[in-house]
Design a protein. Structure first.
Length: 151
């Protein structure tokens, strides 16, 4: 079993911070107040999660596009078509209030896991890819589920 490269794992885990921060500021009003004073209201609660979640799903479209470049013929065409789904999902689906946006982001990250699996099954992603994506997706989905309940 090939291990997840250390820098990739560390950076991936660091990328979870806005999701955790959003939940923390919903649970700790004093932290939310301090954050609003220091950085503004878009860096608390569901707002930080939702804006960052949109960025990450769009970023993952680019990652999947990169995987598609390793395919040939119709597999490449399918890979390119599938790779734009997360970004388009955000554009068309994520909006409205924090609860509905959290639900759509949750669905988007769950769908992304299926796309990750598709590329991994075709040996277009690194051998450790699904282990990394399962770790990160579990954390993101958990934080978004908490946000759905608290919003």
């Amino acid at each position: 079993m090939t291990p997840i490269p250390r820098s990739t794992l560390v950076l991936g885990l660091a990328g979870l911070l806005p999701f955790f921060w959003g939940v923390l500021t919903m649970l700790l009003p004093s932290l939310a107040d301090a954050t609003v004073r220091l950085a503004g209201p878009r860096f608390i609660g569901p707002y930080v999660q939702l804006s960052y979640g949109i960025v990450i799903l769009s970023f993952m479209s680019g990652v999947l596009w990169g995987f598609a470049t390793r395919a040939k013929g119709t597999d490449a065409a399918l890979g390119y078509a599938l790779s734009v789904i997360p970004a388009l999902w955000c554009f068309f689906m994520v909006g409205g209030g924090p609860t509905s946006a959290s639900i759509y982001l949750f669905a988007g990250f769950l769908g992304l896991l299926g796309l990750d699996w598709h590329f991994a099954q075709r040996d277009l992603a690194p051998v450790w890819w699904m282990r990394l994506r399962l770790i990160l997706s579990a954390a993101v989905l958990t934080m978004l589920a908490i946000t759905m309940v608290l919003s």
